[in-house]
Write a protein that binds this ligand. Structure first.
Ligand SMILES: [Zn+2]
Ligand SMILES: [Zn+2]
Length: 323
């Protein structure tokens, strides 16, 4: 097939709009979408310092490349932050990939590890907490601690906003999952943009939220970007996988479904946010000082749980630094 714009050989067909793209026009289309998203929500302002969270996976690495490219025409500061959760055989490899990409792009790169800031790795946590039935999923600790540490890193580095690599598929999956759980309040907390809800909470931006996962993978492949495509050994979120498969099936049958769902979410968001935002007055955690709805934040609660369990089991470990 031929590119709908220039007639050169096509490398991609966007079913949702019925257009073919050659390599050059595919790049242009992805980059334009990201630029438009950033502009629409004023995600980045001239001269701001943006921290991009880079795991080494496809989304975050492609995001870093796109932001680096954008910065050539629109000046802002960019630093890369990688969280090392301490997952043997997985994160050690992707951290290296993140590092190499940052080097290639000439972007200052900082690695923050669970070991240094939480006191123990995710592998150690799982070991201490024991079999699956005796603890919450590894992803719960990981997600809470990663969020906590990213915010910690962003504040330490004086970052104005944190850019995360969530794509169209992630956004729509999250929207549906929360709807199906009846958790409408949560939908009012994320959304297309984060308002400054607390001075201690660095706002997050999601410049890739209008780019389908498929296009991100293809962008990496076509442009020879090194990414880690392996999956986390702890990732077993069955519910999300079901939603993902169902969404892909619907997109196949009714092209454009994902975009329509995103539009619905974006239209609902201001209404939901208005209703629920005030419900969460934020305090400062008594232990670490980060913003929390309660007295002690979830990250510190989890940490105390693990310490307690380790003591009961007589497992000795040294906590490095207080969170
Ligand atoms: Zn073309
Ligand atoms: Zn805390």
């Amino acid at each position: 097939m031929r590119c709908s714009k220039c007639g050169r050989e096509a490398v991609y067909f966007a079913r949702y709009e019925g257009r073919y793209y050659c390599h050059r026009h595919f790049n242009e289309m992805v980059e334009r979408k990201v630029k438009a998203t950033i502009r629409k929500y004023q995600m980045i302002r001239r001269g701001e310092k943006i921290g991009v969270a880079v795991s080494g996976g496809k989304d975050s690495v492609v995001l870093m490349h796109l932001l680096a490219k954008l910065r050539r025409k629109f000046p802002f500061e960019l630093v890369a932050i990688t969280i090392d959760e301490g997952i043997r055989g997985y994160r050690d490899r992707s951290v290296e990939i993140a590092k190499r990409n940052a080097e290639l792009l000439g972007i200052e790169h900082h690695i923050y590890s669970f070991r240094d800031y939480i006191g123990l790795t995710l592998d150690e946590t799982v070991e201490i907490m024991g079999p699956r039935e005796e603890r919450v999923g590894a992803c719960s600790y990981c997600g809470v601690w990663r969020r906590w540490l990213l915010n910690c890193a962003a504040r330490e580095l004086g970052v104005d906003k944190l850019a995360v690599g969530l794509n169209l598929d992630d956004e729509v999956q999250m929207f549906l999952m929360n709807l199906m759980r009846g958790d409408v309040a949560r939908l009012g907390r994320t959304g297309p943009y984060y308002e400054e809800i607390h001075e201690g909470l660095v706002p997050r931006i999601k410049p890739l939220r209008e780019v389908p996962e498929k296009e991100i993978v293809l962008y990496a492949v076509l442009n020879d970007i090194e990414v880690d495509l392996s999956e986390c050994p702890y990732a077993v979120e069955a519910f999300r996988a079901e939603i993902r498969d169902w969404l892909n099936e619907m997109e196949e049958k009714h092209p454009g479904t994902k975009y329509q769902l995103l539009r619905s979410y974006d239209r609902l968001f201001p209404l939901i946010a208005k209703t629920y935002a005030r419900e969460i007055g934020l305090n400062r955690c008594k232990l670490c000082g980060q913003p929390t709805a309660g007295k002690i934040c979830k990250a510190c609660q989890f940490r105390l749980q693990v310490v307690e369990r380790a003591r009961k089991k007589g497992i000795a470990f040294t906590l490095q630094g207080e969170p």
